[in-house]
Design a protein around this ligand. Structure first.
Ligand code: FES
Ligand code: FE2
Length: 441
């Protein structure tokens, strides 16, 4: 349980808020690159409670500027994409991709007023199929050398989805290894051969045990969380008996991402990005350590569950997430179908727009959540004191931050560290674009 004041501090994201100022010190996913693959690449973006417009100019470069025209506030999403910038249809004021006003055709000839007019704008870059924005002070930081950024374009695929709740509860489901044994429980095991692009449908590594069975039959993991340069390394241990331990390594990447194994072939690096206080997008980068990603299949699978242009899930609170009590009795723990994303969505949206943490009771299985909140509070305090360098990844050599290792392994002899490092090395040894992580341990 925490106070209302602390809950507000760690959840609210507007400019000048505690958590909002921490989030602004990191690159934020603003859109998928695919959203701009249209004839008129101009898309609305609402990010950290700010309304913006993203566009690609005639030089192919991106601009992200405030949505309301600095003149009298008309909506620039309806702007004319011309003359290498965006022109407001109301009085023709013209802005370049940096937000500088370069022309005011209704003002007297020779007027220099436009030189003083600048739309709020933020730097943007494209990486791994995602357009990233930096909304903080000073120079934008570099990107860490995480796998999802190191892999070639052929081996990454990005997608996103809308969740109607605060970003923090969305992120916290990703650092809670115990819930997979319940929320994502399947009462029957599917053929692992049909597992492409899906989570928890593969066999557990080096065994013939489907992950579904392993999660179902071993529901009490020991959860360990350790601070790292990038956030937290989370180890979930399931004792299978006969001296065997199932090890699952997942990660929290500060401030609002996770990196988890999806299958033997792929990992998911997922940001939970605030749209505003009460809505967020998950942005996932699927990274393959084996064959190039079958992007068409991955996209098709996910478009079946989402509607464009908002990437809003087909199953949602307005249709009870497709809840079927019959299915709940016989097939799944939730009765909400086989897509585990829907389960997570229900869990985090059903808490309410912003979870009331004045009335929660954290247990031992919530260890990583407790550690994460401690890190977030420390970061909030550091920003308030002007100690930005104390934030994770703000003063470290980002090229040295690799991985992070996200993998399932079996420790047959109780040597947990050896088991997952060996498994990760084997995966990287067979991979065309990465090499073993020297600094893994
Ligand atoms: S409101 Fe945009 S130019 Fe007047
Ligand atoms: Fe989940």
């Amino acid at each position: 349980m925490i106070s209302q004041e602390l809950n507000d501090s760690i959840t609210r994201v507007g400019r000048g808020t505690d958590a909002g100022e921490v989030l602004r010190r990191y690159w934020q996913p603003a859109a998928l690159s695919e959203e701009l693959n249209v004839k008129r690449p101009v898309v609305p973006v609402r990010l950290l409670g700010e309304d913006l417009v993203l566009f690609r100019d005639e030089e192919g470069k991106l601009g992200l500027i405030q949505r309301n025209c600095p003149h009298r506030g008309a909506d620039m999403c309806f702007g004319r994409l011309e003359d290498n910038g965006l022109r407001c249809p109301f009085h023709g004021w013209h802005f370049n991709r940096d937000g500088q006003c370069v022309e005011q055709p209704a003002e007297p000839e020779g007027s220099k007023m436009h030189e003083q007019i600048r739309a709020r704008s933020y730097p943007v870059v494209e990486r791994a199929g995602v357009v990233w924005a930096y909304m903080g002070p000073g120079e934008a930081p570099a990107f860490p050398a995480f796998d999802c950024f190191a892999a070639p374009d052929s081996h990454v695929f990005a997608f996103k989805g809308l969740w109607e709740c605060n970003w923090l509860q969305a992120m916290e489901v990703g650092i809670d290894p115990a819930h997979a044994s319940f929320l994502h429980r399947f009462l029957q095991d599917e053929d692992p051969e049909d597992s492409y692009g899906k989570q928890f449908r593969d066999k557990a590594v080096n065994t013939d045990i489907p992950m579904t069975r392993l999660l179902r039959e071993f529901p009490r993991p020991e959860v360990r969380a350790e601070e790292t340069d990038f956030g937290l390394k989370i180890t979930a241990l399931r004792d299978l008996g006969d001296g065997q331990v199932h090890v699952r390594i997942t990660n929290q990447i500060f401030p609002e991402a996770i990196c988890i194994p999806m299958s033997r072939e792929m990992t998911i690096t997922q940001w939970h990005v605030p749209i505003d206080d009460e809505n967020c997008y998950w942005y996932s980068i699927f990274t393959s350590f084996d064959k190039p990603v079958d992007k068409e299949l991955m996209r098709e699978q996910r478009l079946k569950e989402h509607t464009l242009p908002d990437y809003a899930p087909v199953k949602n609170k307005r249709n009870n997430y497709g809840y079927n009590p019959e299915e709940q009795a016989t097939e799944t723990y939730t009765g909400m179908g086989l897509d585990i994303n829907v389960h997570d969505q229900w869990a985090v949206e059903s808490m309410g727009a912003i979870q009331d943490r004045t009335d929660e009771h954290l247990g031992k299985s919530d260890t990583a959540i407790i550690r994460y909140r401690r890190m977030l509070r420390a970061a909030i305090a550091a920003v308030k004191d002007g100690r930005d360098a104390d934030l994770p990844m703000q003063s470290t050599d980002l090229d040295a931050i690799k991985g992070p290792i996200s993998i399932d392994a079996i420790a047959a002899d109780g040597d947990i560290d050896k088991a997952y490092v060996t498994e990760d090395k084997a995966r990287r040894d067979h991979c065309s674009w990465t090499t073993a992580l020297e600094a893994a341990e």
